[in-house]
Design a protein around this ligand. Structure first.
Ligand SMILES: Cc1cc2nc3c(=O)[nH]c(=O)nc-3n(C[C@H](O)[C@H](O)[C@H](O)COP(=O)(O)OP(=O)(O)OC[C@H]3O[C@@H](n4cnc5c(N)ncnc54)[C@H](O)[C@@H]3O)c2cc1C
Length: 400
């Protein structure tokens, strides 16, 4: 009987974060098994857009550039946003950010999730150190002193020094490992779609804070916009049940007609919103990255950017450890957990605070937040600082 294949790292989940991690590890000489329950989507009809898009920061752009995937994404289609315009439905507070004020060509890019996945997988095909296993479900996961084993439903038995869970918010790996999460449901749902407004979006990311949740219009190519409308589950269900014309009218009104008539609407989908972080990011022979380790409210478009920072940090830690010690030990992995937990937690708390501040209709808080928006809008040095933060922190040295 042939011996089961042995790898340095098994990555479960080949989405945006898992695919980026496998690619980066492969390029550093690690032998990687990349497992996913589904084959990646690499083809799609010409018309329309992916209903899932991500606002990608400059830091994440640098990660994709260093992995060689950015040109593929550019060749497919990406949309820069040069300005951000945010206003409050509960008052006259408005804030406007312009990339020119910090001497940058843009503040980031809106990219369809399927374009990101395709860009990474196109590079992965040429990465001989990475062996794909899909579509297949993992069946059991076991650990001993020296290795992690993953048995797949098709009978394949994989062994490695480390297993990484990159399998999203409902992570099978996390549940199998018995790692608990601490968080809360927002009692909000994100209704997502794409639309064609009458007026050009001006390469601006627009966001209006309504008492029920934020409504974002994000610029896509050819004047289209991606919509993320966070609202109560009841309201989202009503929106979902409407015919396209009625939905377009509701959307236009909620957006105060900022871009004129909504001329066409794509398919709609809903995602329940939740914030959590895991009790542990690591155990001996195990690490969690991306949504498997933490999720946040999408109002500032940071979720996958945090996941990519996880992946870049884990890469740095494993690469530094590989010549000195076993990469799967708790000692090797602890640096990763310490490094990332602090960053992810502060973003989670900030987003939660924003969400709660803008959901309240208490008169004193409404007044304070509108005043805050107006005052901040007049303070260019502060706005420059906020924009620098929004571009993302420096990526770990290994990817710069
Ligand atoms: C409405 C909305 C808007 C958002 N907008 C933004 C934004 O603008 N910017 C931003 O940075 N973030 C945004 N996010 C967050 C972002 O989508 C997530 O952070 C991101 O998708 C996480 O990537 P991931 O690779 O960790 O997980 P996922 O994208 O969930 O990928 C998980 C992968 O694991 C695979 N998988 C799942 N279960 C198994 C299993 N049992 N076995 C094997 N494989 C499995 C899946 O097939 C998939 O390929 C948004 C989220 C929502 C809900």
């Amino acid at each position: 009987m042939s011996k089961p294949p042995r790898f340095d790292v098994i990555v479960v989940g080949a989405g945006m974060v898992g695919a980026a991690l496998a690619l980066a590890l492969g390029r550093q000489g690690f032998k990687v098994a990349l497992v996913d329950a589904h084959a990646p989507q690499l083809e799609w009809p010409h018309e329309g857009y992916d209903i899932r898009v991500s606002a990608i920061t400059r830091a994440s752009q640098h990660i994709f550039e260093s992995l060689g995937a950015w040109p593929m994404m550019q060749a497919e289609r990406i949309s820069p946003y040069r300005d951000m315009h945010v206003w409050d439905a509960g008052g006259d507070g408005v804030i406007h950010f312009d990339s020119a004020d910090i001497g940058e060509p843009d503040l980031g890019h809106i990219i369809e999730n399927r374009v990101i996945v395709k860009g990474l997988h196109t590079c992965l095909v040429e990465q001989q150190n990475v062996t794909p296993f899909w579509p297949v479900q993992p069946k059991t996961m076991t650990f001993n002193e020296t290795e992690a084993s993953l048995l797949l439903e098709d009978g394949t038995d994989l062994q490695a020094r480390l297993l990484v869970g990159a399998d999203g918010a409902r992570s099978w790996v996390r549940r199998q490992a018995g790692i608990s999460v601490k968080g809360w449901d927002y009692d909000q749902v994100a209704m997502v779609t794409w639309v064609k407004p009458e007026l050009f979006h001006q390469e601006t990311a627009w966001q209006r804070f309504l008492p029920t949740g934020p409504l974002a219009f994000l610029p896509l190519t050819e004047g289209y916009c991606s919509i993320v409308w966070s609202t109560s589950p009841e309201h989202a269900a009503q929106l979902q049940a409407m015919d396209a014309d009625r939905f377009a009218q509701e959307l236009q009104a909620a957006f105060e007609n900022k871009l004129g008539v909504i001329e066409s609407v794509g398919p709609r989908a809903m995602f329940p919103l939740r914030s959590f972080e895991t009790q542990h990011y690591i155990l001996p022979r195990l690490a969690l990255v991306g949504d498997a380790a933490h999720t946040i409210h999408p109002l500032a478009g940071q979720g996958v950017n945090l996941g990519l920072a996880d992946m870049a940090t884990l890469l740095q830690v494993l690469t530094e450890a590989q010549h000195q010690r076993d990469i799967g030990t708790e000692r090797s992995l602890r640096r990763y957990e310490r490094w990332r937990r602090a960053d992810n937690r502060s973003m989670l708390i900030a987003m939660d605070g924003f969400k709660r501040l803008f959901s309240t209709d208490q008169a004193a808080l409404c007044w304070a937040r509108n005043l805050g928006l107006k005052l901040t809008d007049q303070m260019l040095p502060l706005k420059r600082l906020i924009m620098q933060q929004a571009l993302g922190k420096d990526v770990p040295r290994i990817l710069s």
